[in-house]
Design a protein around this ligand. Structure first.
Ligand SMILES: Cc1cc2nc3c(=O)[nH]c(=O)nc-3n(C[C@H](O)[C@H](O)[C@H](O)COP(=O)(O)OP(=O)(O)OC[C@H]3O[C@@H](n4cnc5c(N)ncnc54)[C@H](O)[C@@H]3O)c2cc1C
Length: 256
């Protein structure tokens, strides 16, 4: 199966001042109709960085070319030296096929930690908006909120059984609005807009984190600006873009 550390990964990690590691797959399991979990062993704590960070995994695109794909870290287990990824399986793509075929004992080429959107610690409340591909990182970020604090999730799901639950500290206020996709396209923001409209933003200073489809995260940003949030308190990251494969560096295209 997958190859160990590629020389280009070592160069890339040097340039980015992060780590390049060969990680062993210790678990690959189905979590829900749209999510699998992959647990990787080897420098898990250092690769995982801070809540909100992701790692780059090298995969074969099926045509003999190696490409990188980014996956946010869901969990870290310092004792076991592992990190876990929650990977969406709702589309057809090389990395999705690669992830579904993984088995314990496979070795992955991993570069990390990556990402520029950590939790805004001082905020009174944290609003997480996105689709199922962001559920894992949303839960990791919410777990790092200091109590008393507040986490609000507005997440669009392809299947009601994707509404995986998480245990949070007593004292953390948690509101979750799971929106059924109901067959809408992944670049249709209607479901998340309805979810947001159903929710009165709390008092105090809040921070919104928008992760998911390129057009959807932009529309949700505009909706939150209309609701009175300051642009400095809205962090967005496009994870993918409908109709276009992510680039070899793992990023969705930004051009029109
Ligand atoms: C910083 C960052 C963090 C990310 N974290 C996660 C994560 O934690 N979990 C996760 O599942 N994904 C995450 N992603 C998204 C993941 O990297 C992409 O979905 C990736 O493009 C999948 O690669 P692929 O080779 O399977 O599909 P690609 O070759 O990139 O795309 C093939 C086709 O599938 C479509 N597509 C790709 N991804 C999706 C999707 N999720 N839903 C619907 N259609 C899609 C594309 O529009 C395209 O038409 C993250 C992306 C970034 C940039």
């Amino acid at each position: 199966m997958p190859a160990a550390q590629h020389p280009s990964s070592v160069d890339l990690a040097d340039r980015l001042k992060v780590l390049a590691r060969s990680c062993d797959v210790v678990v690959r399991r189905t979590l829900s109709p749209s999510l699998i979990e992959v647990v990787l062993h080897g420098d898990g704590v250092a690769l995982a960085g801070v809540p909100g960070n992701d790692v780059m995994v090298q995969v074969d695109n099926g045509e003999g070319t190696l490409v990188r794909r980014r996956y946010s870290v869901h969990g870290v287990d310092p004792g076991a030296d592992t990190l876990s990824l929650w990977i969406s399986t709702t589309h057809d793509g090389p990395a999705r096929r690669f992830a579904q075929a993984l088995a314990p004992g496979d070795v992955l080429d991993v570069v990390g930690p990556r990402g520029k959107i950590p939790l805004d610690d001082p905020a009174d409340w944290h609003l997480f908006v996105g689709d199922v591909s962001a559920l894992g990182v949303f839960y990791r970020m919410a777990h790092s909120i200091k109590v008393p604090g507040r986490a609000i999730f507005i997440v669009e799901l392809d299947d009601p059984a994707d509404a995986l639950t998480a245990n949070f500290d007593d004292g953390l206020g948690v509101t979750a609005i799971f929106v059924d996709r109901n067959g809408r396209a992944n670049d249709d923001p209607a479901g998340l807009l309805n979810g947001l409209a159903a929710f009165a933003l709390p008092q105090g200073e809040g921070h919104a984190y928008l992760f998911g489809e390129f057009h959807v995260v932009r529309t949700m940003r505009s909706a939150l600006l209309d609701r009175g949030l300051d642009s400095a308190t809205i962090s967005l990251k496009a994870f993918y873009r409908v109709g276009r494969a992510n680039g070899a560096n793992g990023e969705p295209e930004k051009e029109p």
